[in-house]
Design a protein around this ligand. Structure first.
Ligand code: PMP
Length: 399
């Protein structure tokens, strides 16, 4: 029998195929603006000093199996403080069911599975657009999905009235996936007032808010401010789900450290929910590797190392903000007839530039500049040294 004869290649992933094309390009001028990974002023990946400190502290301890359970619970304990606030009542009341996950993707996948088990017929609504993997994750979990309005191509900002209408029009008791800060791919976040209204309308409709927080700190440079949307929902009495990733804000990408937490009505419910999440995880992959967990729980658990992390996170965000200003200025100086204000209005790792698929193709072919076809620019890939070349290329293809 020819076992795998009928297997055809899977469709290409929009982000990894950009990286592959970039690697194959021999031009010395090439720029990768595809993958959302932080780069320093020289365009190099960064290992944060807080991570190096934590590595020194945990050296040699990763083989001690007895530490694994305590490191996991420490990770969850510290992670939920970042989301709900360090003094949040719900933490003391034992209302959170939290488990360590395989980064943000694993947290989403685990929740999708949980959702299907307990609400098999409820849909999940994603913002339009969203991180493309959201669609794949919930599809694989066989949860029906739909979208709600988010981005307005005309203003390159939020289409708030349409967003609210879509919340109102979804069947009562639907699941809504929300990016609490630094929306990927658009860089467009609701204001605090808009979040209050979103929270209100979700409550009226009995929808469940699921926050995918992959970039805490990257919107404002401040961890608490970036969690404000979730805190608003908390005040409004919602039950909440939250996926957290330490890939970007600690630069731990390949270590795959994350947390999934569900806010429950009381401790009894939290214990039940947690045991179900653990059972699903156990059958899928057991548990995530311990090394990254030790690093994150060490950073969050030690006040000095945590302070260093906060400082380094702010420095990453500051560099991206400066780069946003410089890119906008460069395009304006070149006399671009287009409005580029959205480069500085949008926040986080990405700029949803408005560059069309045809223009991104030209950027790649003529200038060796790589980005996803939707025109999303990973701002961390821009440096003061490639700025002029990039601005000029964008101007050439958009004028
Ligand atoms: N959610 C969103 C919105 C993301 O952009 C990402 C990273 N691209 C993730 C989740 C998951 O990332 P990771 O699994 O690397 O933590």
């Amino acid at each position: 029998r020819q076992w795998w004869d009928r297997v055809r290649p899977a469709p290409k992933d929009p982000i990894t195929s950009v990286s592959r094309a970039f690697l194959a390009d021999a031009s010395p001028n090439k720029i990768n603006l595809g993958v959302g990974a932080y780069r320093d002023e020289e365009g190099k990946p960064v290992v944060l000093r807080c991570v190096k400190n934590a590595e020194a502290k945990v050296a040699g301890s990763e083989f001690l199996e007895s530490i694994s359970a305590s490191a996991n619970s420490r990770l969850v304990e510290e992670s939920v403080k970042l989301v709900y606030g360090k003094d949040a009542n719900v933490i003391g009341e034992g209302r959170l069911a939290g488990v360590q996950t395989l980064s943000g993707t694993g947290a989403c996948r685990l929740f999708a599975e949980f959702q299907r088990r307990f609400y098999p017929r409820s849909k999940i609504y994603f913002p339009d657009p969203t991180w493309s993997n959201h669609h794949s994750i919930w599809k694989d979990a066989e949860v029906p999905q739909s979208t709600f309005s988010h981005y307005d191509p005309k203003s390159k900002g939020l289409n708030f009235p349409a967003l609210v209408d879509d919340i109102k029009n979804a069947p009562d008791g639907s699941f809504f996936l929300l990016h609490p800060c630094a929306h990927n791919p658009t860089g467009v976040d609701p204001t605090e007032e808009e979040w209050r209204e979103i929270s209100y309308h979700l409550k009226v409709k009995n929808h469940f808010p699921f926050f995918d927080m992959a970039y805490q700190g990257f919107s404002s440079g401040d961890l608490d401010r970036d969690a404000q949307a979730i805190r608003t929902f908390l005040q409004d009495g919602h039950l909440i789900g939250c996926a957290q990733s330490f890939a970007k804000n600690m630069g731990l990408y390949g270590h795959r450290v994350g947390c999934l937490s569900l806010l429950c009505t009381d401790t009894e419910q939290a214990v039940a929910v947690k045991s179900q999440l653990q059972q699903i995880a156990r059958a899928m992959y057991g548990s995530p590797p311990i090394r990254g967990v030790l690093l994150v729980s060490t950073i969050l658990g030690d006040p000095d190392t945590k302070a260093l992390w906060v400082e380094e996170l702010r420095a990453m965000v500051n560099r991206i903000c400066k780069i946003r200003e410089a890119l906008r200025e460069s395009l304006e100086k070149l006399g671009s007839p287009l409005n580029w204000e959205h480069i500085t209005n949008q926040v986080g790792m990405f700029c949803f530039s408005g560059i069309t698929p045809q223009q991104t193709e030209q950027l790649q072919r003529k200038f060796h500049i790589y980005m996803t076809a939707d025109g999303r620019i990973s701002m961390a890939g821009v440096t003061m040294s490639n700025m002029d070349y990039l601005a000029n290329a964008i101007h050439e293809v958009t004028k």
